[in-house]
Each structure stands twice: as structure tokens, then as C-alpha cells.
Design a protein around this ligand. Structure first.
Ligand SMILES: *Cc1c(COP(=O)(O)O)cnc(C)c1O
Length: 376
């Protein structure tokens, strides 16, 4: 069935990039340097250039990128790490793995990004309680759009907190005319296959302006090694990106900007068909989205169920990101002090993601939009 609508179509993308992809993979098969081969270095240079960042260190996943960035700052027991309640689980998991405590912050009801005002009040209450030491903020660029970076930088600077950009979903997006990658002290990206720049397996990278941080990240991703291979300076991990993944990503980087504009076109089609009838995603001012996810807001959970049922009926995919805010997840609830996070709680009941990817046609997007409208 050629006109089947996929939530993400990696087959079509593969057909589009096949010659470059095969040439890149053949080169790796020829040299057999499967760990930290030349493609890894080349990818790091290309990503740094793309984002306008001074340094790029590739790692084994977006989650490991977050973890290495926090290990490098010595974040752990007794430290509070502020992050949005409405995000993917990895953002909260990493501080906990390191012994630190996530402090959940609510999000904006229209852009879904972390709410700077709520952030300031959560920092103040942690300080007033005097149990945990505020240590870091993780801003998440959710669904392809940038977090409110100028305000997050102010909040971090006011309390000398480490500022980390969880850009796993949004590499390629820009704010005030510049690509994400230098808004925070470090930026973590993910190459999970469904992200805007996805590999054929797990992968990630860290971007930073700081040479010292980049050197630490390189050491930490290889067991804390020093200048020689068998000198161990610190506790690290095995967190490297495979050469084969770097080869895949180099092939995909060639078409990345074209793919971003294709996604943008689909978003415009949805906007035009749906605005005024259902809640369409509000743009963060002065930004360009990478459109990892196009999420609409229905009036309530019942309406969302009806829309999803209608889409299923017509063999059209949809998905819910995220059905639960993190502070309601069994793994994280015990670490949450019980303050309500009303916007995150509300969004979880009525948000719905529609298919958006570079190989979706405008006609297919219109079919999806029509089915949504029929059910509302
Ligand atoms: C995907 C994602 C991660 C984790 O990336 P992986 O490469 O899957 O480890 C972290 N944070 C957010 C917001 C994500 O969407």
C-alpha cells in the first residue's frame, strides 16, 4: 500500500539517501576502525560547525550525553536539579542515577516549554527548605522548539547553577537566528532513530564552548582515561559513539536542512487546516522548530479518545507524548514533594501528536487533518 501514512518513514528516507549511505558504510567496512574511527571525528567537526559550537564530543546516546555532562560537574548526592515535569523520562533519570534529586518544574500551556516563573519559585522553595543544594537546571527543547533560553540563563546566573540543554529532540532548531548548541553551558543531543537527526541505533553528542568541559567529556566517555590509554584519572563509563553510526549520520547530515524545511511545510499545512478548530502548537517567538513532534490540544481526554479512534479507523497514526507527567511516574513520584504541576497534568490528558516527517506529503497531512476535524 503505497499511500499508507507512517508516523515516521525511515524506509522512504533510506531510499532517498541510499547512494551516500552505502558509500559511507562501505568506507567503514574497508578500514575496520569500528570504535573512534575517522568518521567519528569528521562527524564531531561537522556537528560543531553546524551548530556554531566550539567543541563537539559524540557519545553513545542522548541519555549518556546528559549523564556525562552532569558527571563532569560533580553533580550527585544532596544536589537539586531543576527540570520540566513534561518531558521524556531520561531527563529525570540521569540526576537520580547520579544520586541527585530532580525537582520538577511546570511548563507553558501553549508552547509546552519549561515555565521560567515556576522555575524561579521552585529554586526559592528548595533554598528556603535548606535540605538540598540547588546545583543545575536542565532546560529541554521540547518537540523541536527551543526552551526560553534567555530566561533560563538569567535564572542559572542568579544562583550560579550549571545550565544544561537537553536538546535531544530539537537539534537543527534555532532561536534568534542561531542554531541551538550554545544556549547553555553544554548541549546534549540524541541520534535515536526517531529524532530529527537520527542514526540507525543509539547515539548522542555533547556541544560546548568550553575546552575544559570538552576534554572532560572525552575522558569520561572512555572510562575516565588520561593522556595515555591505561591512565585512569576519574570514574567514567563506556560511552562512545560507534563509527558505523557516525557514517550513517554523516550521510543524513547532507539532507538534514532539506528535511527540516520539509517538516516545516507539513507543520504549515496542519496549522492552516486546524487553527481555530483545535489547539495548534504556539511558536516560541523568534525561533524555528525542528518539528520532532507536531502536537495538538483537544478540549479533554474524551475528545482525544474520539480523535484517536477516528484516525485509527482510517489507518492514520497518532501518538501521545506524554501520557503522564514525570512526577506521576511510579519511579519518580517518591522523589517529588507533592506540589501540584497543573499544566503538565492537564497537557497529559489532552495532547496528541500527529505524524510529521520529511517524507509525509501535503496530501497525506491534509487527510490526517480532515480526520481530526471530523472527530471534533
Ligand atoms: C530521546 C530523549 C532523550 C534520550 O535520548 P536517547 O538517545 O534515547 O538516550 C533525552 N531527553 C529527551 C527530551 C529525549 O526526547
Amino acid at each position: 500500500m503505497t499511500d499508507a501514512v507512517a508516523f515516521l518513514d525511515l524506509h522512504a528516507q533510506q531510499r532517498r539517501i541510499e547512494p551516500a549511505l552505502r558509500a559511507r558504510l562501505e568506507a567503514v567496512l574497508a578500514h575496520c576502525q569500528f570504535v573512534l574511527g575517522p568518521e567519528v571525528r569528521e562527524l564531531e567537526q561537522r556537528l560543531a560547525e553546524y551548530a556554531g559550537a566550539a567543541h563537539c564530543v559524540t557519545v553513545s546516546s542522548g541519555t549518556d550525553a546528559l549523564q556525562i555532562a552532569m558527571m563532569a560537574e560533580g553533580i550527585g548526592r544532596g544536589h537539586a536539579v531543576f527540570l520540566p515535569a513534561f518531558t521524556y523520562t531520561a531527563t529525570a533519570e540521569v540526576p537520580l542515577v547520579l544520586g541527585a534529586t530532580p525537582v520538577f518544574v511546570d511548563v507553558d500551556p501553549h508552547t509546552f516549554q519549561i515555565d521560567p516563573e515556576d522555575l524561579r519559585s521552585r529554586i526559592a522553595s528548595v533554598e528556603a527548605e535548606g535540605v538540598l543544594k540547588p546545583r543545575a537546571i536542565i532546560g529541554v527543547d521540547l518537540f523541536g522548539q527551543p526552551a526560553p533560553w534567555p530566561e533560563l540563563r538569567d535564572a542559572a546566573a542568579a544562583k550560579a547553577l550549571f545550565l544544561l540543554d537537553d536538546c535531544a529532540q530539537s537539534f537543527g532548531a534555532s532561536l534568534a537566528g542561531r542554531k541551538l548548541g550554545r544556549e547553555a553551558d553544554a548541549t546534549a543531543i540524541s541520534f535515536f532513530p526517531s529524532k530529527p537527526l537520527g542514526g540507525y541505533g543509539d547515539g548522542g553528542a555533547l556541544l560546548t564552548q568550553s575546552g575544559e568541559r570538552a576534554a572532560l567529556y572525552r575522558s569520561l566517555r572512555t572510562h575516565g582515561e588520561g593522556t595515555t590509554r591505561y591512565e585512569v584519572l576519574r570514574t567514567g563509563m563506556n560511552g562512545r559513539l560507534d563509527t558505523l553510526q557516525a557514517a550513517v549520520l554523516l550521510a543524513k547530515l547532507e539532507v538534514f536542512d532539506d528535511e527540516l524545511s520539509r517538516r516545516d511545510r507539513i507543520a504549515a499545512v496542519y496549522d492552516q487546516a486546524l487553527a481555530g478548530r483545535v489547539g495548534v502548537p504556539r511558536r516560541v517567538p523568534d525561533s524555528a522548530s525542528a518539528w520532532a513532534i507536531y502536537a495538538i490540544l483537544l478540549p479533554d481526554e474524551g475528545a482525544r479518545d474520539r480523535v484517536q479512534a477516528r484516525l485509527r479507523c482510517e489507518h492514520l497514526p497518532s501518538a501521545v507524548y506524554y501520557p503522564r507527567p514525570l512526577h506521576h511516574q511510579p519511579a519518580y513520584a517518591p522523589h517529588h514533594r507533592g506540589n501540584p504541576l497543573p499544566v503538565s497534568e492537564d497537557l497529559a490528558t489532552r495532547i496528541l501528536a500527529l505524524p510529521i516527517h520529511p517524507d509525509l506529503t501535503e496530501a497525506q497531512a491534509l487527510r490526517v487533518a480532515q480526520a481530526v476535524l471530523q472527530a471534533t
